[in-house]
Design a protein around this ligand. Structure first.
Ligand code: ATP
Ligand code: MG
Length: 225
């Protein structure tokens, strides 16, 4: 569970986020949808304390894992060591950590790449390794910043299906950032649409009945007539 109340943030006297209110219940999959530069990643950075907010409050109940938009794989560690890292940091020994993560490599299309280094992988593979490491870190409350951005459409569909299965299996709470409207409609229970300058929540869509919605103009979702 996670609650952001009236969160605001400025960079160099420019208001980037204004009065952001977001509430995500346990087991929900919520998307933050908005154009580039609207402050989506900043919201995640504030939740995880990488960025300091100016105002408002953040309430978190659960163990967070955060897949950042940028690639944070450690270049001098192999892929399996990168993915195992959260377990090793929580005192698992290296061998047992590898045993835990190894079975996922196939599902993630990373089989055979266990002992390679990040520089030997494609962008989409690195993104999947990053995604897997995030899941290994915690499946309780996952913050995913554009997790499918660099993937081809088939791989993307597989990873999306995987995410929905994980969610069902672990009752994960998931917040997903995307600027892909179709992805937001397909995957989430609710969408927060954020507008720009300064960014605030422009609308909230509860997707109980997905076929009611369609693409609108200007990066918008509208109710079908
Ligand atoms: P994208 O879809 O391109 O990832 P975003 O919605 O995630 O965009 P943010 O990265 O949160 O957007 O950035 C929001 C605004 O804040 C942008 O105008 C950006 O230039 C500014 N910004 C972000 N981080 C910093 C920083 N560390 N210092 C100054 N300005 C920043
Ligand atoms: Mg971003």
């Amino acid at each position: 569970k996670l609650i952001l109340s009236n969160v605001s943030k400025s960079y160099n006297n420019t208001l980037v986020l204004e009065d952001i209110n977001i509430k995500v219940n346990e087991g929900e999959l919520v998307t933050i949808l908005g154009p580039s530069g609207s402050g989506k990643s900043t919201i995640f950075n504030i939740i995880t304390n990488l960025t300091q907010k100016d105002n408002g409050s953040v309430y978190i109940d659960g163990k967070i894992s955060y897949m950042q938009q940028k690639d944070l794989l450690i270049p001098y560690k192999t892929i399996i060591d990168n993915v195992s890292l959260p377990l090793i940091l929580s005192k698992e020994n290296k061998k047992s950590a590898q045993e835990i993560v190894r079975p996922y490599f196939k599902e993630f299309g990373l089989e055979g790449y266990e002992d390679k280094y990040p520089s030997e992988l494609s962008g989409g593979m690195k993104q999947r390794a990053n995604f897997l490491r995030t899941f290994i870190n915690s499946n309780d409350l996952m913050l995913l910043d554009e997790p499918f951005g660099a993937l081809d459409s088939i791989t993307k569909a597989n990873m999306q299906k995987w995410l929905l299965n994980v969610r069902k299996k672990f009752n994960s709470t998931i917040i997903l950032i995307t600027h892909d409207i179709e992805e937001a409609i397909t995957l989430s229970d609710r969408i927060y649409l954020i507008s720009q300058k300064p960014s605030s929540i422009k609308a909230e869509f509860i997707l109980e009945d997905k076929h009611k919605y369609e693409f609108g103009s200007n990066d918008y979702i509208k109710l079908k007539k």
